[in-house]
Design a protein around this ligand. Structure first.
Ligand SMILES: Nc1ncnc2c1ncn2[C@@H]1O[C@H](COP(=O)(O)OP(=O)(O)OP(=O)(O)O)[C@@H](O)[C@H]1O
Ligand SMILES: [Mg+2]
Length: 487
């Protein structure tokens, strides 16, 4: 029956008749407030509408009995179980709980990289967050203790944080049956030889030249080497390696130094003018002075053959660099040399997958070593090496640098609390999180973080530890107590 004209608000007079009145449809009224044409009047929209007239409601012309709550699309996602399903599958290693769906999160970069089809295109990992958020607890459990129970898995740690006079991973290393490899600058620690044949095995003499370049830059506060200086360093290194080819002793950094002063003698440069030879000699000397200073300042660390205790130690190898000075080139130098040494060592030990953890990873990602580590990414993947970089904040890493590219290439990301809004924003932008995640990053509690892998959206996750893991990740004393109880 078409008896009314809803758009005008007028009603047919038929509905005013005594019996029909009871069945009259409601009149659409236009309230005065709706006169503003920009205002949306809800009762003129299609769909179930709220009615306020009690009399009409009693006659059945009524909207839903319960008024709806205002909501955003994001909030309404919780009503859709497909959206809040478990964020990961069950393969890999259990690492925690999705806060929204309360389901288990399992992930392991090595397993995800080996999956067919690939779940992640890079096995590298970034763990980021303020001091004391729980980064090392996650790293120790998820990237060291738990994977080590799997076959053919091992871990190598550059352990930077001091805990009672040694690195914080020392207890765990001993638990896995190996003493940490201790570095110090007082002459009592371990030595690393820049010209170690294991390093040459990583990427030939070219790799050794790149490493020496990085060390020379570190010795000069990060200042880049000029083309002349690079050439002088390359020539001196090649000459040193050739000099010692037939000798019993392995060449060391100290053997390169005299050759840096003699580059101009090389027959390769016979066609150069006297001025050019002068410039080359000058370039060689400036590199020599920088390396001289380094050897002098860090005697016992780089000035000799690699100590016999430097080797992979079963399942867990810890390079304890906690006693090296916070500032200066020692820490990044040991990380860079250790990185190259590891690549060379893995070449002769195939079949294992290795997690290499860089605590305070900005030492490698924010300085000259970043270009070296990045250029080795392909080699790392070929050797089943998953690099785990642990940082406090991203703003330490220069924009458009190889270090930033390396961080962005990591396909597994854990972002812990970043209380400074600019640091939280950096993470949101760098890792492609949703914009509303940034303010949440500022307020995360201990053990909570945003986890992202591959191209999946980030998930708010609680890292869950067993009681034993809690003890060993909280304090060293507790670790020893746990060991006594177990044993
Ligand atoms: N999963 C967790 N649940 C609850 N609390 C945790 C969790 N992980 C760590 N914590 C707490 O946070 C403290 C610091 O943890 P951790 O040393 O791992 O932090 P961090 O981020 O590595 O700190 P730093 O930046 O100083 O290295 C621990 O002693 C513990 O009290
Ligand atoms: Mg830590």
């Amino acid at each position: 029956m078409t008896t009314e004209a809803p758009d005008t608000g007028k009603q047919s007079r038929l509905w005013t008749l005594p019996v029909l009145r009871a069945f009259a449809p409601p009149v659409i009224e236009t309230p005065e407030e709706a006169c503003d044409s920009t205002e949306v009047v809800p009762w003129q929209l299609p769909g179930a509408q709220l009615r306020t007239n009690r009399g009409r409601a009693n006659r059945g012309f009524y909207a839903p009995r319960l008024p709806g709550a205002p909501t955003t699309t994001r909030q309404a996602e919780v009503l859709n179980s497909a959206v809040i399903g478990a964020p990961t599958g069950t393969s890999g290693i259990v690492i925690g709980r999705d806060v929204l769906s309360r389901t288990m999160i399992a992930h392991d970069p090595v397993t995800a990289y080996n999956a067919v089809p690939r779940i992640v295109s890079s096995p590298n990992v970034v763990v980021m967050g303020d001091v004391g958020g729980g980064k090392s607890s996650l790293t120790k459990t998820t990237y060291v203790i738990r994977p080590l129970v799997l076959a053919k898995r091992r871990a190598v740690v550059f352990d930077k944080k001091d805990q009672n006079g040694e690195g914080e991973y020392s207890g765990i290393a001993r638990r896995f049956g190996a003493e940490p490899i201790r570095f110090s600058t007082d002459g009592t620690g371990t030595r690393l030889n820049l010209l170690d044949p294991t390093i040459t095995r990583a990427d030939g003499v070219a790799g050794q030249v790149r490493l020496l370049n990085v060390i020379a830059r570190l010795a000069r506060d990060g200042k880049e080497l000029s083309e002349w200086e690079q050439e002088a360093l390359r020539a001196a290194l090649v000459r040193t390696v050739a000099d010692y080819e037939d000798k019993s002793r392995t060449p060391v950094l100290g053997d390169v130094l005299p050759n840096l002063s003699r580059v101009a003698d090389l027959t390769d440069y016979g066609s150069m003018s006297a001025k050019q030879l002068d410039d080359l000699e000058h370039a060689g000397l400036s590199v020599r002075f920088a390396l001289n200073g380094l050897l002098h300042d860090y005697a016992g660390l780089l000035d000799g053959e690699t100590s016999p205790d430097v080797d992979l130690r079963g399942k867990l190898t810890s390079f304890d660099i906690s006693q090296l000075p916070e500032d200066g080139p020692a820490v990044p130098a040991v990380m860079a040399i250790g990185h190259m040494w590891l690549l060379g060592r893995l070449r002769s030990d195939r079949g294992w997958a290795t997690n290499c953890i860089y605590e305070e990873g900005w030492h490698i990602a924010a300085g000259p070593s970043a270009a070296l580590a990045r250029s080795n990414q392909k080699l790392s993947r070929g050797l089943a090496l998953s690099n785990v970089f642990v940082f406090h904040k991203g703003s330490d890493i220069p924009p458009n640098s190889p270090g930033l590219a390396m961080v962005q290439e990591a396909q597994t990301v854990h972002v812990y609390r970043q209380s400074r809004p600019e640091d939280a924003l950096w993470c949101q932008r760098t890792f492609g999180f949703a914009p509303e995640t940034a303010p949440q990053i500022e307020k995360l509690g201990d053990g909570f973080h945003f986890f992202k892998y591959g191209s999946h959206p980030e998930t708010l996750m609680q890292h869950v530890r067993s009681p034993w893991e809690k003890q060993i990740t909280d304090t060293d004393e507790a670790f020893l107590a746990a060991g006594r109880r177990d044993g």
